[in-house]
Design a protein around this ligand. Structure first.
Ligand SMILES: [Zn+2]
Length: 402
């Protein structure tokens, strides 16, 4: 047992570094500027520049409180390729991340191809980091049939189709309310609160996994929101969002929303593998190649696994928690859903208090032989209340590299 380190963090006092927040600055790279600014469509006022500025300010706020932050990008780059010399784009070659057999950009490639691979890479990064929250930052432009509606507004999307929809909805509500409040204070003009929307079927990054081309093959495993924190269709707001105070106001709003959300999260768990080699930090490092960049760590060949479980909620864990695992054959980086059969590990899980950890040695059941196998390792509560409903992400480990 490892006691909660304790801290003065206003986000999560018992053990702030055990909380992982993925911040996704919408768009980015040479090809994807985001929504056009109707007043000044230069890169300095592009959506991708605004979202990165807000993301970096949000990272600083969270990191100052001890939270572990993973950015899907921390500069003007893309994860899934950005090489298109006809438009002067000299990034890395394109990768087929979602496995649909197509990748790239150009006259003969549908526009959605590059976007889907890029967003799939961002999903994979968050899932393998086992993030507590995924926050995608965007800026809207309210236009219809070429008419620019000169309106400043905030709106936050989530997806109500996941088992952890309640948690996502709560996160969307706190983020929306706090961004509206914070941006309202910074603005010298009227703004609209456009509320939250849980049916966002057009937002690829938030969609449940599916086999349709318009669905990600692997969906996010944790409460996730996409917040249109502001809109450039009002000139005054487009100017405010290009300034440090404007971006800090948006970041402060999202930060307050995260604090409010985590204070109300009673039940949560983090499962880490203390893999001897190859676990360099929370986020996976990109693998070379033309396929998916992010892959899980490998199971030690002995099968003996050292795990650290941490209570990242605000309530003590109930009695009777079980560690369970299952194998499934896959050539994909990791599994999009739990295997059909999970087997109890037969290890007693102590009733950890908030922020406390326990390190356990477990031996996974031997993987079926033959093709590459992926293990899904999770906590199951005896009282029927699933940890997954709060978005506690399963640990996945594989028997082979890409
Ligand atoms: Zn956007």
């Amino acid at each position: 047992m490892i006691p909660a380190p304790g801290s003065t963090s206003e986000v999560y006092r018992p053990n702030p570094s055990a909380i992982v927040v993925v911040i996704d600055p919408g768009h980015g790279g040479c090809l994807d500027w985001g929504v056009p600014n109707p007043y000044d469509n230069k890169v300095a006022k592009s959506e991708k520049a605004d979202t990165l500025g807000i993301a970096l300010a949000l990272r600083d706020l969270l990191a100052a409180q001890g939270i572990t932050v993973v950015l899907t990008r921390n500069d003007d780059s893309a994860l899934a390729g950005d090489l298109y010399p006809p438009l002067g784009c000299q990034g890395a070659p394109f990768r087929d991340v979602n496995g649909d057999g197509v990748a790239g950009f150009g006259p003969s490639v549908p526009d959605s191809t590059r976007t889907r691979d890029e967003l799939s890479a961002r999903i994979d990064l968050a899932n393998l980091a086992r993030a507590d929250l995924f926050i995608s930052l965007h800026i809207n432009s309210l236009t219809q049939n070429g008419v620019v509606y000169q309106i400043a507004a905030t709106q936050t999307f989530y997806t109500d189709a996941f088992p952890w929809a309640d948690a996502s909805r709560r996160l969307a509500s706190t983020v929306e309310a706090d961004v509206v409040r914070s941006m309202g204070k910074a603005a010298s003009y009227r703004r609209q609160d456009r509320g939250i929307d849980g049916a966002a079927p057009y937002l690829y990054v938030l969609k449940p996994p599916g086999s349709a081309p318009s669905s990600p093959r692997r969906g996010l495993f944790m409460p996730a929101v996409l917040s249109e924190v502001g809109s450039v269709s009002l000139k005054a707001e487009s100017e405010l969002l290009a300034t440090a105070p404007g971006r800090e106001a948006a970041a402060r709003g999202v930060y307050d929303g995260v604090v409010d959300y985590l204070r109300g999260r009673a039940r949560a768990a983090r499962i880490d593998a203390l893999v001897p080699a190859g676990e360099a930090g929370v986020a996976p490092q990109p693998a070379p190649g033309a396929g998916p960049p992010y892959w899980p760590a490998l199971v030690p060949s002995s099968g003996a696994l050292q795990l650290r479980l941490t209570n990242t909620g605000t309530a003590s864990w109930p009695a009777g928690l079980q560690l369970a695992s299952g194998w499934h054959a896959s050539a994909k980086p990791y599994l999009a859903a739990a295997p059909a059969r999970l087997q109890g590990a037969g290890v007693a899980i102590p009733q950890l208090g908030p922020g406390e950890s326990v390190e356990l040695s477990v031996t996974l059941p031997a993987p079926p032989s033959g093709s590459r196998q992926v293990a899904w390792i999770t906590l199951v509560a005896s009282d029927g209340a699933s940890f997954a409903r709060d978005g506690s992400v399963a640990l996945q480990l594989a028997t082979a590299s890409p």
